[in-house]
Design a binder for this molecule. Structure first.
Ligand code: TYD
Ligand code: MG
Length: 462
C-alpha cells in the first residue's frame, strides 16, 4: 500500500521541503510554501523508460534508432513551433495569460485534426459544451457540417475525462484548463500544487500508456510563470508559451521546452473576428517601410531560425530635467537607458530633459542587441524630426563608445529584408558579408554619429 506523506512545496520554484517555513529555503521568497500531499508511489516521472526489471547500458551505436512520427495539424505556424507536428503519446503544456487565445488555438488545431479524420476529444473544465460549440462555429464558419470525430466534454474530473477519451478512442485529448480539473482522491482544492501535479501526472501517464497525445492548457500567474512553474514543466514533453499583448492583434507561440525538436521556432498568429489567423510577417512592417515617419526604424530580428521585420517606434517629448520619463514597451528598459546615454555622449543629442518612450509595433517583443541601432535611430529621428529613406532596414549592436558591433546571421537578415521589399540596409562596417546582394544598397557605418547622418528631414506633401 502506498504511504501518503505530507511535504511542502514552493509555489515559485517548486522546491520540496519536509517542514513548513515562512520563506522558501531554495529561492528565498516569502510566503510561498504550500502543503503538498504526494504518495511514495506514482509520483515519479511517468515517462521513465526503465522499470524494476532493469536495463543494461548499450553503446550509442547499438541503441535502436527511434522514428518519431508526427501528425501535422494543418495549422502551419503551430506545426512549425512543434517541430513539424504533434508526436503521438506526447504531453504538451500550453501556457499563456488569460484571454490571450489558448482555447481558440487548441480548438482550431483540434477541428483541423478532426477535419483530417483524427478522433479528438476537447475537454473543457471552464466552459460548457454549448459555449465551446459556439466558439467552434465562430472559428470554422465555412464548415457547415460539424466533424463527427471532434468530441466535446464539459468535465472537471480527470478520471472521467480519461475514461471518455478511452471510450471515444481519441488520439488527441485537450484539457482546458489544468487549473480547474481535479482528482477526487486528492484532498486539495483544484488549482493547488497537489491537484496540479497529480492531475498532470495522471494525464502524462495516460498519454504514455495509450499513445494519445495530450495537450494541456495552463494559465500563467501574475508574475508570468506557468501555474505551478517548474513543477509541471518537467512532467511534460513540450512546453509552449503563448505570448503577445492582449490588446494587440499579434500573438506568438514559442516552444520553451521540446523533447522532440528545437526550441527555436516560433509561430505567428493574429487574433481576428474569426479566430486566430496565421500571419505573413511581411505585413508587419511593410506598411512603414514604404512610408517612413520620424521616430520609426525597421529592424530584421531573429526569431528562432526565421527573420521577422520589427518596426521600432520612439516618441520624444519635453519633460522635466531630473525627472524625465523613460519607458520601453517590447524592448529592454535597461538597454534603453544605455542607448540614451550613448546618444548623449557620442552623438551630441541633448535628451536629459526629454521624456522618451519606445515601443515595438504590433506588440512584438524584441530583446536582441542587434536592434540597438534601430532603437537609437528611432529616438534620434523622433528628437530631430528626421526619418530614414523609404525602404531602409537598420541593423547593429551599439557599444558603449558609440561603435557598431557585428551580430550573428547578418547575411540571412539582409536577404530576408530584401525579399520583403527593403532596398537599403544600414549595418556595421566591420562585419564582412558572405555574398553581396545585387539589388539592394548596403550602407556600412562605423558608429552611431555616422548613422544619424543618414536621417533626413521629412518634407510634407501638400
Ligand atoms: P480565448 O481563446 O478564450 O483565450 P484563453 O483561452 O487564452 O483565455 O480567447 C481570447 C480572446 O480572443 C477573447 O477575449 C475573445 C477573442 N476572440 C476573438 O477576437 N476572435 C475569435 O474568433 C475568438 C474565438 C476569440
Ligand atoms: Mg480559455
Amino acid at each position: 500500500m502506498s504511504k501518503v506523506k505530507t511535504s511542502f512545496v514552493c509555489r515559485d520554484c517548486g522546491a520540496i521541503a519536509p517542514r513548513w517555513s515562512g520563506r522558501c529555503l531554495e529561492c528565498g521568497v516569502w510566503d510561498t510554501m504550500e502543503t503538498f500531499a504526494g504518495s511514495d508511489e506514482g509520483d515519479g516521472p511517468a515517462h521513465c523508460a526503465t522499470d524494476a526489471a532493469g536495463s543494461s547500458a548499450l553503446p550509442l551505436s547499438e541503441v535502436p534508432a527511434l522514428e518519431v512520427p508526427r501528425i501535422a495539424t494543418g495549422i502551419g505556424e503551430f506545426d512549425r513551433t512543434l517541430g513539424g507536428g504533434i508526436v503521438p503519446g506526447s504531453a504538451i503544456l500550453i501556457g499563456g495569460d488569460p484571454g490571450i487565445g489558448k482555447s481558440t488555438l487548441l480548438l482550431q488545431a483540434f477541428s483541423a485534426l478532426a477535419a483530417r479524420g483524427q478522433r479528438v476529444l476537447y475537454a473543457s473544465s471552464e466552459e460548457s459544451a454549448q459555449q465551446v460549440k459556439l466558439r467552434a462555429q465562430r472559428i470554422c464558419p465555412g464548415e457547415s457540417q460539424p466533424h463527427d470525430t471532434l468530441y466535446l466534454l464539459a468535465e472537471t474530473s480527470v478520471a472521467r475525462i480519461t475514461n471518455e477519451a478511452r471510450r471515444v478512442r481519441a488520439s488527441f485529448l485537450a484539457i482546458d484548463s489544468i487549473q480547474l480539473v481535479q482528482r477526487h482522491d486528492a484532498d486539495a482544492l483544484p488549482g493547488s500544487m497537489t491537484q496540479l501535479r497529480r492531475c498532470c501526472l495522471e494525464l502524462v501517464q495516460f498519454a504514455k500508456s495509450t499513445g494519445t497525445a495530450v495537450l494541456i492548457i495552463g494559465h500563467v500567474t501574475k508574475e508570468g510563470d506557468l501555474a505551478g512553474p517548474k513543477l509541471l514543466e518537467h512532467l511534460v514533453d513540450v512546453v509552449l508559451s503563448f505570448e503577445g499583448d492582449r490588446h494587440h492583434a499579434f500573438r506568438l507561440v514559442r516552444a520553451t521546452k521540446n523533447r522532440y525538436g528545437s526550441t527555436h521556432e516560433i509561430g505567428l498568429f493574429e487574433m481576428t473576428g474569426d479566430g486566430l489567423a496565421e500571419v505573413d510577417e511581411s505585413a508587419l512592417a511593410a506598411a512603414n517601410a514604404a512610408d517612413p515617419r520620424p521616430g520609426s526604424a525597421i529592424v530584421p530580428v531573429m526569431a528562432g531560425s526565421r527573420v521577422l521585420l520589427a518596426e521600432i517606434q520612439a516618441l520624444v517629448a519635453a519633460g522635466f530635467l531630473g525627472n524625465a520619463k523613460r519607458k520601453a514597451s517590447g524592448t529592454d528598459t535597461g538597454r534603453l537607458s544605455m542607448m540614451i546615454a550613448v546618444l548623449e555622449k557620442h552623438a551630441g543629442l541633448r535628451l536629459a530633459d526629454q521624456d522618451i518612450y519606445t515601443a515595438v509595433a504590433g506588440g512584438m517583443r524584441v530583446v536582441e542587441p542587434a536592434a540597438d541601432l534601430g532603437v537609437c535611430l528611432a529616438i534620434a529621428g523622433a528628437h530631430l524630426g528626421r526619418a530614414l529613406a523609404p525602404g531602409t532596414a537598420v541593423l547593429g549592436e551599439v557599444g558603449l563608445s558609440g561603435e557598431l558591433r557585428p551580430m550573428r546571421n547578418l547575411d540571412q537578415r539582409i536577404a530576408e529584408a530584401i525579399r520583403r521589399g527593403c532596398n537599403t540596409i544600414v549595418c556595421p562596417s566591420g562585419q564582412p558579408l558572405a555574398r553581396l546582394p545585387g539589388s539592394a544598397t548596403i550602407i556600412p557605418v562605423r558608429g552611431i554619429a555616422q548613422a544619424i547622418e543618414l536621417l533626413s528631414p521629412i518634407r510634407k506633401a501638400h
